[in-house]
Design a protein around this ligand. Structure first.
Ligand SMILES: [Zn+2]
Length: 141
């Protein structure tokens, strides 16, 4: 068992790392930032086309935030510059994704999202034009 202890915690340090608060923040950033690739890959495989889900941008934002905080703690100009401005496209992509989501209607046949101008569902062929949007301009009875 000594060999296992030496493998996992050489010198009494877990994975050979000197752990402290900022090390946890930095590694958390690494885990969040790396996990976004798997989330995007999973979404793409699930939909059988290239998909970038909101979770990808949230993981990008939180991961780069942790890595920026770690870079600031270390006063490492390379880390700081690498993550100082990345939040801008992440937030912008979340805003655009939210705007696109609001511009879609849901097929009552299969729950697929389609543009409001679509007459038929691109997934199941359901006649979307036959469905009526609720009239939001009319006053409530
Ligand atoms: Zn459908």
């Amino acid at each position: 068992m000594e060999w296992l202890t030496q493998l996992i915690a050489p010198g009494g340090k877990f994975l050979g790392i000197e752990w402290h608060f900022w090390k946890v923040v930095g590694w958390m950033g690494n885990i969040l930032f790396t996990s976004r690739f798997f989330v995007q890959w999973w979404a793409t495989e699930k939909h059988k086309r290239v998909v970038v889900p909101d979770a990808f941008w949230w993981l990008s934002l939180s991961g780069s935030g942790c890595l920026l905080a770690y870079g600031l703690y270390r006063r490492d100009s390379v880390f700081i510059f690498a993550y100082l401005f990345t939040w801008i496209p992440y937030i912008r992509n979340l805003m655009i994704g939210h705007r696109v989501e609001r511009s879609l209607k849901t097929c009552s046949g299969c729950q697929t999202k389609a543009p409001k101008s679509a007459r038929f569902c691109p997934e199941c062929g359901f006649n979307l034009a036959a469905e009526r949007e609720p009239d939001r301009s009319a006053p409530a009875p």
